[in-house]
Design a protein. Sequence first.
Length: 297
Amino acid sequence: MIELVIDQRRKDLGGFEVGRVLPFHAHRMVGPFVFFDHMGPAQFEAGFPRTVDVRPHPHIGLSTVSYLFEGAMTHRDSVGTTEVIRPGEVNWMTAGKGITHSERFEDLRAHGGIMHGIQAWVALPVEDEETDPAFAHHGPEDLPTYQGQGLWARLIAGKAFGAEAKVKTHSPMFYVHWALDAGATAQLPAEYPERAAYVAQGVVEIDGRQINAGQMAVFAPGQPVLVKAVTDAIVMLLGGEPLGPRFIEWNFVASSKDRIEQAKADWRAGRMKLPDADDLEFIPLPPDPPGPAPAMS
């Protein structure tokens, strides 16, 4: 039932640690999910430096999905959006042919507090890779929930468990937040060919195997998956239909290596518009990695 267990790899992003789960060398994508970062949890005191902020940077060929358990983050982008995301809300930004954005922590800087959430990237189908960039913010009222028998669940995006979130997606997928009481069980159906469960907090048992916080279990297709909470636990379910191989380099995702090279040249030359409300600084293009960027699938 479990094909692979992926341990998060902790990375320091300038004073703020994240746990990188996807991409992973042995399993690069889960359905359309090409990137999965666990942000925090991190305690910030009021007045922390702006170096923690994520300065304006570009994307192509993907949608970014921001979801918080605690804290707040201000998004600004090149299509004119300024939006604060708070726990239980979804920021869904479609990069398509190109967008730039920043993520700032003004609220936490003013008041202090905990930052804890998930940043995911969803690759776009080939036919939508050059779609116009767009941004959508969704509150809890757009995200179906369920509660019973020790389980609380929220559908963040896509279709699952007979429900559909009011978040526009570009391919068949699901993304779910489970909160389980110790001893509770819940089942992930077999309706999608690619599925995974990430334990953000606590410990669960799946197919007789213990999965700890910071681990993602990737499942074989074709059978339902029973999850039992050993402790109180937060579990993120994700997956969908596969999209085929993708290249990823820095913040760019594409089915063509040439398209990524074009995006790099555009950013290097200043041809990508900065966010309207945050255009005084940006993250420079990093040096080329050693060797060709591998396709991801």
